[in-house]
Design a protein around this ligand. Structure first.
Ligand code: IPE
Ligand code: IPE
Ligand code: MG
Length: 253
């Protein structure tokens, strides 16, 4: 709640209900429904993506307000390359624009910006922007904000296996492959597994997101379309999460 106090904003009533002792460390979000949001208004799909930036800002603010340490946003999947070239191009333009506009906020609020995914697939300019902001914020101590870009859960696991095989060929790896080994070769091995995964737009599927990491993640599907996502949706998801019992295959106490 520190941030609200600093800004002199009034606290949302739902915020008071959140148990500070049960805040998820890592929240991941599948930001879905931009196209449908636009279509329902008779707009081009790209207008939905543009409006979706408000959802991103709301999620970042809500994570900061509630004390979530890691926020991971699914922004572009490996499968999304199938979309029309014009839409893909506009999506990366929007990302460049977002990074430029949020530069100061990222600095002031000590946000650590990271990416996961096959960044080499991205347009040169966007890649350069992303690498620059990652380097600049590497020592920031605030929220760790990770964008999944040209990301696929299966691709990530394949990339990890390839690296392990390369090591083995060089004679640098000759022990048993454990979960720890695989974890070590993921895109961001130091990130804890998500405690909570939110998907918007009412679709009940994972769409190739963080397949390895969500083994025991709590999943919440919201009906809201991503451009309409606001802080209260995040608070509601947290409250729902806090009512659940995580057993990890064990039994209740
Ligand atoms: C999510 O919205 C954004 C991306 C996948 C880049 P969509 O563009 O998938 O919107 P819908 O699902 O078609 O409504
Ligand atoms: C998942 O949404 C990918 C992102 C949010 C970036 P999609 O819209 O691509 O997923 P499907 O096609 O509905 O499964
Ligand atoms: Mg979609």
């Amino acid at each position: 709640m520190k941030k609200l106090k600093q800004e002199g904003k009034t606290e949302h009533p739902l915020l008071k209900l959140i148990d500070q002792k049960k805040i998820p460390a890592h929240v991941a979000i599948i930001m879905d429904g931009n196209g449908r949001w636009a279509k329902s208004r008779g707009l081009e799909r790209i207008e939905g993506h543009r409006a979706g930036i408000e959802g991103v800002k709301a999620a970042v603010e809500a994570a900061q307000e509630t004390g979530v340490r890691y926020l991971t946003l699914y922004a572009f999947s490996v499968e999304n390359w199938k979309r029309p070239e014009s839409e893909v191009k506009e999506l990366f333009n929007l990302l460049d624009h977002y990074l430029e506009k949020e530069k100061n906020r990222i600095e002031e609020e000590q946000i650590r910006f990271r990416t996961i995914g096959r960044l080499t697939d991205l347009p040169q300019k966007t890649r350069k922007n992303l690498e620059e902001v990652q380097e600049r914020t590497i020592n920031h101590k605030g929220l760790t904000l990770t964008f999944a870009l040209s990301y696929g859960g299966r691709a990530e696991i394949c990339d990890a296996i390839s690296k392990i095989v390369d090591k083995a060929k060089m004679g640098e790896f000759n022990s048993e492959v454990t979960e720890k080994t695989v974890q070590k070769y993921l895109y961001a091995p130091d990130l804890p597994d998500p405690d909570l995964l939110i998907r918007t737009s009412g679709e009940y599927r994972i769409s190739n997101f963080l397949l390895w990491q969500i083994a025991y993640t709590e999943i919440i599907i919201l009906d809201v379309l991503w451009p309409d996502f606001r802080q209260e949706h995040f608070y509601e998801a947290l409250l729902d999460y806090q009512r659940r019992e995580r057993r990890y295959g064990g039994v209740s106490e």
